[in-house]
Ligand binder design. Structure first.
Ligand code: HEC
Ligand code: HEC
Ligand code: HEC
Ligand code: HEC
Ligand code: HEC
Length: 461
């Protein structure tokens, strides 16, 4: 607009008002933006937002409907419920495909075009309303406007831009947008995945600008890049920078997929400072090792979300002067799940789920009851509130062995999925060979070594 007006004399301006109004109505004197069908394709964004595209392409949002575990589990769910599951799963894992009627149950995803699978750029950036708190109640405008956090976007030839607090990570409202898909209430009414509800209970969701942290503020860190590389317009560096779009969590692509090393590095970076650990060798209770875990980095429980499928645990190994192992817990071989090692002292962090008859539930549509065993987030800053200390401590009995102990190591590990899930889904097309792709990730910040010399008040942290 400004550029078009610049050569005109001031006096000519009012005479042109009527003509301008007409021009404005048909696209503000600029080439019309791309059709909605084009804007739905992430590849359309690649030319001007190459870094957003690259990071997103390796994310679990991009992989959500290609994930072989998802495909097999949805297939099994449809079979087990005689189709009653319907679009329950694909509504979050391929929401645009459901919206466009390209799939009803996710069983035909192989024929759905790639651009409509997963959680794409258009789906997040076209949201105009959040009509609930779980199971993806997001409403799209289905127009040519992409919403973001900027009130003064430079115009471009591809799309219109608009500010929306729902897609502004600095706005408390944006957590509702993420949260709407990051909370699952199953068809049986079980609140199985609770990341959004957990976040709402924390100090980060409180109406206090000093403490408030949205999902995006933690998960989409700012970089000092321009936000668009559009040669047709002049784009300046913004003080708030560009937000990372890797959406790193715990899951990794198990099959050939872009950006695997970068995604893995982002996951390890984010996990490193999530939990703080304190390891002690104490004379209490007849001699014991204690490991205290404090969730400091996350704005919800840990693990969170798919916490029934996560396997997080602490490994603790104590040695005597001869270098012999005198106590060990959580030493899990690569081919076993932590619950399989019959370890009476296992410090295992995941949601235990049970079916209607009280047996361990195999799949999530069978779950009738959840027993949560997760690290708890910070819910108060009041030191006198009993919930202020939200850490969890596990004790390992040593008895008379205590004086012999000269070294103890500890660390927290997490695997995205249990190995037994691959066996359970082998008949639904999931290759057991993919078990080998499953990483065991160490939370670097929890790796501790206790020796009498290092210990301060009998503890290291
Ligand atoms: C022809 C180049 C071009 C293409 C193609 C393009 N954009 Fe943009 N986009 C821009 C420019 C330029 C800006 C403004 C940058 C600024 O103001 O610093 C922008 C801004 C944005 C914003 C911020 C809007 C706001 O108000 O906060 C979002 C979100 C966005 N684009 C998403 C997308 C998505 C999603 C796609 C693909 C469907 C896409 N863009 C395709 C050039 C483009
Ligand atoms: C899961 C939702 C989600 C997906 C998927 C997503 N974005 Fe974003 N995007 C956001 C949020 C939230 C912001 C933060 C806006 C802010 O705080 O200014 C953002 C910011 C942006 C911006 C503004 C500049 C910045 O970095 O803050 C652009 C441009 C953008 N995204 C482009 C894309 C493109 C291109 C894709 C796909 C390749 C994509 N986004 C996928 C949620 C998403
Ligand atoms: C349309 C639904 C939807 C929206 C909106 C959404 N997500 Fe997701 N998100 C998903 C799905 C589905 C996955 C899991 C994909 C998989 O692992 O197969 C996921 C995965 C993730 C992961 C990786 C977790 C893992 O499995 O390791 C993170 C982190 C994440 N989302 C953060 C966000 C943030 C932050 C926002 C808001 C800016 C957001 N999401 C908005 C559906 C959504
Ligand atoms: C105070 C920062 C913070 C806030 C706020 C926050 N997260 Fe997280 N989140 C983390 C950290 C740290 C982790 C653990 C590291 C990792 O897995 O990336 C994590 C992990 C996750 C995971 C993977 C969990 C798992 O175990 O599978 C998802 C998904 C996720 N967050 C989504 C969200 C959503 C959605 C919101 C908002 C409702 C949110 N987060 C708010 C810091 C935060
Ligand atoms: C409300 C949205 C939503 C629905 C409904 C949903 N998912 Fe997800 N799914 C997610 C999100 C978000 C994640 C990432 C969770 C995390 O990391 O905390 C995820 C992760 C996954 C994963 C990878 C981690 C894991 O638990 O194995 C699989 C597989 C999966 N979902 C399968 C399914 C299947 C099958 C269904 C239907 C029975 C389903 N999902 C329904 C949002 C959804």
């Amino acid at each position: 607009m400004t550029a078009a007006l610049a050569p005109l004399h001031r006096g000519a301006r009012s005479a042109l008002t009527a003509a301008l109004a007409i021009l404005a109505a048909c696209g503000d004197n600029e080439p019309p933006p791309f059709e909605v069908a084009e804007l739905m394709k992430p590849e359309t964004c690649m030319t001007c937002h190459p870094t957003h595209y690259r990071e997103w392409s390796g994310s679990m949002h991009a992989y959500a409907a290609d994930d072989p575990v998802f495909l097999a589990m949805n297939k099994r769910g449809q079979a087990d419920t005689a189709g009653a599951l319907g679009d329950f799963c694909v509504k979050c894992h391929a929401p645009l495909a459901v919206q466009l009627g390209l799939t009803r149950d996710g069983l035909n995803l192989a024929e759905v075009p790639q651009w409509a699978k997963g959680v794409g750029c258009y789906f997040c950036h076209n949201v105009i309303d959040v009509q609930g708190t779980h199971n993806n109640p997001l409403l799209l405008a289905m127009d040519q406007t992409l919403r973001g956090g900027f009130r003064d976007p430079v115009r471009n030839a591809a799309h219109r831009s608009a500010y929306s607090p729902l897609v502004d990570a600095d706005s408390p409202q944006s957590s509702k947008m993420c949260g709407a898909c990051h909370d699952i209430v199953t068809p049986r009414g079980v609140h199985l995945e609770r990341t959004f509800a957990e976040w709402q209970s924390t100090i980060f969701a409180q109406d206090n600008p000093q403490r408030h942290l949205s999902c995006g503020e933690c998960h989409m860190i700012s970089n000092t890049d321009v936000i668009a590389e559009d040669p047709a317009v002049s784009v300046k560096l913004r003080p708030s920078g560009r937000r990372e779009h890797t959406f790193a969590g715990v899951d990794v692509a198990l099959t050939a997929w872009p950006e695997r090393p970068a995604q893995r590095a982002a996951i390890e970076r984010d996990l490193a400072a999530t939990v703080q650990a304190k390891l002690c060798v104490l004379p209490t209770n007849g001699g014991e090792i204690t490991l205290k875990l404090d969730l400091v980095g996350a704005g919800h429980a840990w693990p969170s979300g798919a916490a029934h499928d996560r396997r997080a645990w602490a490994e603790v190994i104590a040695y005597n002067a001869a270098g012999e192992v005198v106590l060990s817990s959580g030493v899990v071989p690569a081919d076993k799940d932590p619950e399989e090692i019959s370890d009476p002292y296992l410090f295992g962090l995941w949601d235990r789920t049970f079916d209607e008859r009280g047996r361990p539930a195999k799949f999530f549509w069978e779950v009738a009851r959840v027993e949560s065993q997760l690290l708890k987030p910070a819910v108060t800053v009041d030191r006198f509130d009993p919930r202020f200390d939200h850490s969890t401590t596990k004790s390992y009995p040593l008895g008379a062995l205590r004086p012999d102990i000269v070294r103890v190591t500890a660390r927290v590990l997490i695997r995205p999925l249990p190995l037994r899930l691959f066996d359970a889904l082998a008949g639904d097309g999931l290759s057991p060979a993919l078990k080998a792709e499953l990483p065991t990730l160490e939370l670097r910040g929890t790796a501790l070594e206790w020796t009498p010399a290092r210990a301060v008040n009998l503890c290291v942290e």
